[in-house]
Design a protein around this ligand. Structure first.
Ligand SMILES: Nc1ncnc2c1ncn2[C@@H]1O[C@H](COP(=O)(O)OP(=O)(O)O)[C@@H](O)[C@H]1O
Ligand SMILES: Nc1ccn([C@H]2C[C@H](O)[C@@H](COP(=O)(O)OP(=O)(O)O)O2)c(=O)n1
Length: 432
C-alpha cells in the first residue's frame, strides 16, 4: 500500500501539473507520513482539461469511491473533540475495504486556518459506506464531500453534502485542480497557541473554555490560580533533565538529588497526577494546554525550592513543546519547522532553568532498557517505538528549542559514566 501511495505524491511533483492559484482553501491528502501529501484546491470555474491532472485525480478519487469528512463548528474545543470522536467512529465502523487517510484543509500562510478531517477511499464502493457517512452528517457537526468525474473522466468535482430537513442534500459542487506544494508543511499553521502555548494566559484560556465539557478543568484551573505568576528562581541552580522515555531520567535525577542534596521535582507536578489520564484522552489542543499549565504550577515549586537548595527537574517545557510539535507535524524530519522558527522559543513568563540536559540513547539500547524494565507502555510510547520517525522528530525538536537550549548527552554508557558527565556539566554551567 505505501508503495502505491508513495508513487502518487511523487507523481504529483513529477508531473509538474498546472497549479491552481491559492485563492481558496487548499486540501492536502496525507497518504503516508514519510512522503508529501497530495495538494488540491477548488475552483468555481471549469478548469482546462489537463491529462496529467486527470490521471492523478483518477488514482486519488476513483479507487472505488472517495469521500471526505470534517468537523465544521467554529468552536475550537468542540471542533477538536468532534474530530477525535469522528476518528474513533470511522475506525470502528468503516468496512475493511476502506482506506482511511488524513485530509487537512487550510489557507496557505494563514495561522490557525487548518481544519483536520479524513479522506476515505472505499475500494468496493459499498452502498453501506456512503449511507454510514451520510448518517454522520446528520449531526450537523460535519461536512461530507464526495468526488465525481465528468463523463470523459477528465475533470473532477467535489460535492458537499449537508442535512436539509430529513434529506441529505448536495449543497455545493466545485471543480478540483492540483495545488502547488506550500513552502512549509501546513501543519505548522496550527502549532502556536493550538498545541504549543507561549504564555500562562493562553493555556489557561483553553481549559476555561473546557469547563462545561470537561468538569475536571475547573480543578486544574483552581490549582493554576494558586500559582504565583512570573515566579522567579532562588539563588540555587535549577537543572532540568529531558529525554525520551527510558533514556535514564529517573535514574539520573535520583542520583543528582542525593549528590547535590537538592530537591527533586517533576512536571507535570504530583498534584496533577490524578487528572493526567483524563487529559491524555483529550485532543492535542486540550491535552497540551494541561501540560503547559503543569509547567507553570511546577515553576512555583521550583521557585520556592531553589531558594533553599539546588533543584533537579524531571521533564519541563522542552518535553511539552517537543512532543507537541513532533506529533502535530506530519511528514518527515524535513517537515519540522526550521531551526530558527518562533515555535522553538521559550515562553517569556515561564521560570528559566540554569541548565537543561537532554539524554539521548541509541534506539537499540533504548529498546533494550524498555524491555528490561518490562512496564506497560503508554500509547504514545508504544507509538514512539513503532515509529522511529516520530522518535527522531521529538529528539530533533528538543534540540531546536532555544533560550535555554539543551545540552545533549549520550546516555548510552553506564549509569556512573552518565552521572559523572552530567556532574561536570553542572560544575561548568552552574558554578557548583
Ligand atoms: N546509563 C544506563 N545504563 C544502563 N541502564 C540504564 C542507564 N540508565 C538507566 N538505565 C535503566 O534503564 C531503564 C530506564 O531508566 P529510567 O531512569 O527509568 O528512564 P526514564 O525515567 O527516562 O524513563 C531502567 O531500568 C534503568 O535502570
Ligand atoms: N512537562 C511535560 C512532561 C510530559 N509531557 C508529555 C509529553 C509526552 O506526551 C508525555 C511523556 O510522558 P511519559 O509518561 O511517557 O513520561 P515519563 O518518561 O514516564 O516521565 O507527557 C509534557 O507535555 N510536558
Amino acid at each position: 500500500m505505501s508503495i502505491r501511495l508513495n508513487c502518487l505524491s511523487n507523481m504529483a511533483r513529477r508531473l509538474n501539473c498546472n497549479f491552481s492559484q491559492w485563492s481558496s482553501r487548499v486540501f492536502a491528502a496525507e497518504f503516508d507520513s514519510r512522503c508529501d501529501p497530495v495538494y488540491f484546491a477548488l475552483s468555481a470555474q471549469t478548469p482546462a482539461a489537463d491529462e496529467k491532472q486527470s490521471l492523478l485525480f483518477q488514482k486519488l478519487f476513483s479507487q472505488g469511491k472517495a469521500f471526505s469528512v470534517h468537523a465544521i463548528t467554529d468552536d475550537r474545543i468542540q471542533r477538536a473533540r468532534s474530530y477525535s470522536d469522528l476518528q474513533d467512529k470511522l475506525v470502528s465502523a468503516l468496512p475493511k475495504s476502506c482506506n482511511l487517510l488524513q485530509l487537512i484543509a487550510f489557507h496557505p500562510d494563514v495561522n490557525n486556518s487548518l481544519v483536520k478531517g479524513f479522506f476515505i477511499q472505499d475500494a468496493l464502493n459499498n452502498a453501506g459506506t456512503e449511507n454510514m457517512l451520510k448518517d454522520l452528517v446528520k449531526s450537523e457537526e460535519f461536512h461530507l464531500c464526495t468526488y465525481v468525474s465528468s463523463e470523459d473522466g477528465k475533470l473532477w468535482q467535489q460535492c458537499v453534502w449537508s442535512q436539509r430537513g430529513k434529506e441529505c442534500t448536495e449543497v455545493a459542487k466545485h471543480y478540483i485542480t492540483v495545488a502547488a506544494k506550500p513552502e512549509y508543511h501546513p501543519s505548522l499553521l496550527n502549532i502556536i497557541n493550538t498545541v504549543v502555548y507561549y504564555s500562562f494566559e493562553d493555556a489557561y484560556r483553553v481549559l476555561q473554555e473546557c469547563k462545561e465539557c470537561i468538569p475536571e478543568s475547573k480543578e486544574v484551573l483552581e490549582l493554576a490560580d494558586q500559582c504565583i505568576k512570573n515566579s522567579t528562581k532562588g539563588r540555587f541552580p535549577v537543572i532540568v533533565i529531558e529525554g525520551l522515555d527510558a533514556t535514564g531520567k529517573t535514574t539520573l535525577t535520583q542520583s543528582l538529588q542525593e549528590i547535590l542534596r537538592g530537591a527533586l521535582l517533576r512536571s507535570p507536578p504530583g498534584c496533577l497526577s490524578q487528572w493526567r489520564a483524563r487529559f491524555d484522552a483529550e485532543p492535542p489542543l486540550i491535552r497540551r494546554a494541561f501540560y503547559a499549565l503543569g509547567n507553570y504550577i511546577s515553576a512555583c515549586d521550583i521557585a520556592r525550592e531553589s531558594a533553599k537548595s539546588p533543584v533537579i527537574v524531571d521533564r519541563y517545557w522542552h518535553s511539552t513543546a517537543a512532543y507537541a510539535i513532533a506529533t502535530e507535524v506530519g511528514g518527515t524530519l524535513e517537515s519540522l519547522p526550521s531551526s530558527h522558527s518562533e515555535v522553538y522559543r521559550w515562553p517569556r513568563d515561564l521560570l528559566t532553568p540554569d541548565l537543561v540536559v537532554l539524554l539521548t540513547v541509541r534506539p537499540e539500547e533504548r529498546a533494550r532498557r524498555l524491555l528490561a524494565r518490562g512496564v506497560e507502555k503508554t500509547r504514545e510510547e508504544a507509538e514512539l517505538e513503532a515509529n522511529n520517525l516520530f522518535r527522531q522528530k521529538v529528539e530533533e525538536a528538543y534540540r531546536r528549542i532555544q533560550d535555554p537550549a539543551c545540552v545533549v548527552i549520550d546516555a548510552s554508557p553506564s549509569k556512573e559514566e552518565v552521572l559523572s558527565e552530567v556532574l561536570l556539566l553542572i560544575q561548568k554551567h552552574c558554578n557548583l
